[in-house]
Design a protein around this ligand. Structure first.
Ligand code: DGL
Length: 358
């Protein structure tokens, strides 16, 4: 009797040890993901559960957002840091530089497999592209937001955050550049843009399409970006505390030079024109552009249209006027690449190479 009892005890102990080991093994297998919070609607709260506009963004701290999605702990070893707490229309170069430096510090650590950045959707595409150009790692970086506040019926924040953590911890996302993932879709930072003021399917990649889907707790990729990004870029912000001023001048019928002159007087080293059509420049704007070039201000022709290539010597004599074209980058993305380009050179041929590279 005693012998069987001892045998039972020892096998129970073995079972418990094995279960303990398997739980430890499962934990060890979970990716380590750090969530860097900056604010936005995903951290927003509304007066009632049906408030989906007119709520307050940037209210919940990162630990509260993580606690609101207990399923996160099943898919990754997650911890959070609060980098900022702002509505993203108020994003600044200072927050960008702080975020970029922290992302690079974390991704250099062996015990970090990926980073998620929670962010307001208004400028998510700009922050994502900025990071696409300055993150020095192939590890996944996923920028995520939501279109409904955390207090709303069918809030999209929790599922977007859950999917973003899975994506950031996945092997499939390694080497894909910075990703923007909401609404079960995966977009490349270079091309994604907000296309609707308030619906949950607002993020699109016009014409070129998104990279894949988040479905059934895993990423499904069907495309990759063809442009250099993250570990392959030439830009380094580790020692920068500011960025060159670059402004955007919106093109429209009957425009004049007042806005461009004011931007240059305020210290702009570069101007991106969100031109009509194929980045066309109004005849009455050419004197302002020639004056800008004489002052050494770089002028990039982009377009307000939203998709397609702005090609050299199409709607303007770029060679003769010594201008740069944005290729397929929209004006807000072209501004970011020009800001970083100007930290390295004012040579228009070198800058044009960058617009054909990234
Ligand atoms: N204020 C906007 C922002 O923080 C709200 C939009 C959102 O985050 O969905 O970008």
């Amino acid at each position: 009797m005693k012998k069987t009892f001892k045998l039972l005890l020892s096998s129970a102990a073995v079972m418990a040890a094995l279960c303990g080991q398997s739980a430890q093994a499962a934990d060890a297998a979970k990716p380590h993901v750090v969530i860097l919070a900056t604010g936005g609607t995903i951290a927003g709260t509304g007066a009632t559960s049906t408030t989906t506009i007119g709520y307050t963004a940037a209210k919940l701290g990162v630990d509260k957002m993580i606690a609101a999605v207990p399923e996160l702990s099943k898919v990754a070893d997650v911890r959070g840091e609060q980098v900022a707490q702002i509505a993203s229309e108020s994003m600044t170069n200072e927050v960008w530089l702080k975020l970029a430096k922290r992302v690079n510090e974390l991704l250099a650590q062996k015990d970090v497999d990926g980073v998620v950045i929670t962010h307001g959707t208004d400028t998510i595409e700009e922050t994502a592209y900025f990071l696409d150009l300055v993150v020095k790692s192939k590890k996944p970086v996923v920028v995520v937001g939501s279109m409904r506040p955390s207090t709303a019926i069918s809030a999209d924040g929790p599922i977007n955050l859950y999917n973003a953590v899975i994506l950031a911890g996945s092997k499939e996302a390694v080497g894909k550049g910075v990703l923007v993932s909401l609404n079960d879709q995966i977009n490349a930072a270079r091309e994604v843009t907000k296309t609707n003021t308030s619906t949950t399917d607002t993020f699109k990649t016009p014409e070129l399409g998104f990279l894949g889907y988040m479905q059934d707790n895993k990423p499904h990729f069907y495309r990759m970006s063809t442009r250099k990004n993250t570990a392959d870029t030439e830009f380094d912000v580790s020692k920068l505390n500011s960025l060159p001023r670059v402004d955007i001048v919106y093109g429209y019928a009957n425009m004049d030079r007042v806005a461009m002159d004011a931007d240059i007087a305020a210290g702009a080293q570069g101007i991106v024109q969100a031109g009509v059509g194929d980045g066309s420049i109004a005849a009455q704007m050419m004197p302002a552009i020639r004056d800008a070039r004489k002052k050494g201000v770089i002028v990039v022709r982009s377009s307000r249209v939203g998709s397609g290539i702005v090609a050299r010597n199409g709607e303007a004599n770029d060679d003769q006027e010594d201008l740069v074209v944005s290729d397929t980058l929209n004006a807000q993305k072209a501004r970011i690449l020009l800001m970083l380009g100007l930290t390295k050179t004012h040579d228009t041929k070198e800058l044009q190479r960058m617009f054909y590279t990234y």
